[in-house]
Design a protein around this ligand. Structure first.
Ligand code: GLU
Length: 461
């Protein structure tokens, strides 16, 4: 059975590169009727935080990437790593090394000066040192030959053993290193396939050496291309939003994030809109590209627009509600709340922006756009007064009736459409952003519309 795992380090909130890794692991497992597991790699006691772990688990859950077993935590499994280290010593495949940090530093500097790759020179390899408080445990890595593996994304990958030094398995304080933990855990969890970021590619031959020393079976690997920012550099917190939470709080749908991330490094012809079921059907890990994949915000906006449009009105409202709540907007005070939302659901590409655009329909205008006020309202006293007089007696406050009144006003005042409409629009919603004017008036209702036009008049000179 195929078993994959997502192995985040809880040193920060769940970032979108991580979600993509989790997604590909999830899909590959499900496509093969396998299992998707999660392992919290919290051995860095200083940087690992419970709140990050919670954030990661919740984020995966919200993305629908539910693991098939409870996540395990490396911090609770030290005995397994020590057992494995013990087996390596017993089988003569490890050795204790007491080289001082100063010596290692000098060695490193000398190698760098000579234009060589810095690596441990194996000084203690055949010394047969005993364990002490100054010793680390190193793996005896073969000096010759090569490590080969078939990467599902990159094809055949070869590393020369001569490029790999004798890596440390246990530190002098007895704690296991990352490489040892990963190998032990993957075996213990029954993992068959490691799908992770390309930044781990050079770790793979090292981990394979540990596997061989422990007589564990070889795993299948897929190293995913880096997620790049729009500057084509590795996506980083410094110049982009990387945290999943932030995208959700901006009002990108969970399904849009899945769509966007599923397309990061993989495509299927011209098809752009995918839901998880499509990915489960169409995604092929072997089709993932090697080149870095750009996380393009405009693309995400476009994807979100499509996913929002695909929601029924009822589902759209369910998704929108938290964003309205956030703004303190109550829709229950308007009888035509659903009609308003239906007509404004395409004003923007994210739910938080749509919620902001809805403010004038459910609450007082928070802020008038000053430029629009100056440009359209300030000098429009006559227009607003005239329109107000025409609208006041109107009984039938329907879009059609309003359109007729507006057309009449336009003709009588001899104005172009925007000359008439923009001042009224700014008075009604505080900006020039609203649907057609007749519709806007009808949605806002007679009483409030007249009140706002009067308020607009106060801003004229
Ligand atoms: N904990 C590692 C990371 O967060 C992942 C290790 C792995 O996938 O093997 O980058």
């Amino acid at each position: 059975m195929i078993i994959t795992r997502f192995a985040p380090s809880p040193t920060g909130t769940l970032h979108i590169g991580g979600v993509r890794t989790a997604l590909f692991n999830y899909i590959y497992a499900k496509q093969n009727n396998g299992k998707f597991l999660v392992r919290i790699e919290d051995t860095d006691q200083v940087r690992s935080k419970t709140e990050f772990e919670e954030n990661i688990i919740t984020g995966l859950h919200d993305m629908g990437l539910k693991p098939d077993a409870d996540p395990v935590r490396q911090s609770e499994r030290k005995h397994l790593y020590l057992d494995a280290a013990h087996r390596i010593i017993e089988s003569g495949q490890g050795y204790y090394c007491n080289c001082s940090t100063e010596r290692l530093e000098e060695l490193r500097n000398a190698q760098m000066k000579a234009g060589k790759k810095p690596m441990y020179d194996g000084k203690c390899r055949d010394k047969g040192l005993e364990k002490s408080e100054n010793t680390v445990l190193r793996l005896k890595t073969p000096n010759d030959g090569e490590v080969r593996f078939n990467d599902l994304v990159r094809g055949e990958v070869v590393f020369n053993n001569s490029e790999l030094d004798d890596l440390i398995l246990l530190r002098s304080n007895g704690t296991p290193t990352y490489h040892l933990c990963v190998v032990v855990d993957d075996a213990d969890q029954g993992v068959t396939t490691v799908i992770r970021g390309e930044d781990h590619l050079s770790n793979t031959p090292r981990q394979m050496h540990i596997q061989q020393a422990l007589e564990l079976s070889a795993l299948e690997y897929a190293h995913l291309p880096l997620v790049l920012g729009e500057n084509k550099k590795r996506l980083s917190k410094r110049d982009s939003v990387t945290s999943l939470d932030e995208y959700i709080s901006k009002g990108y749908l969970q399904t849009s994030m899945i769509n966007m991330l599923g397309r990061l490094g993989w495509s299927k012809g011209d098809k752009e809109i995918f839901y998880i079921d499509d990915l489960l059907k169409d995604f092929r890990i072997q089709e993932v590209q090697k080149a870095g994949a750009v996380f393009d915000l405009k693309k995400l906006d476009w994807i979100n627009t499509n996913h929002l449009a695909n929601l029924s009105l009822e589902d759209f409202i369910i998704q929108l509600n938290p964003y309205l709540d956030e703004l303190g907007i109550k829709t229950s005070n308007r009888q035509n709340a659903e009609t308003i939302i239906e007509n404004l659901r395409t004003t923007a590409s994210t739910l938080s922006e749509i919620a902001i655009d809805l403010i004038p329909y459910f609450a007082d205008i928070k802020e008038y756009d000053q430029k629009s006020v100056e440009k359209f309202i300030a000098g429009s006293k006559n227009i607003l007064e005239y329109v107000l007089r025409q609208l006041e007696p109107l009984d039938q406050w329907t879009e059609q009736a309003l359109d007729e009144v507006l057309a009449k006003c336009q003709k009588e005042l001899d104005l172009k459409t925007p000359q008439l409409n923009q001042p009224i629009r700014v008075a009604l919603v505080g900006s020039v952003k609203s649907p057609s004017l007749g519709l806007t008036l009808s949605l806002i209702g007679k009483e409030l519309s007249l009140e706002r036009i009067k308020k607009g008049l106060e801003m004229t000179f």
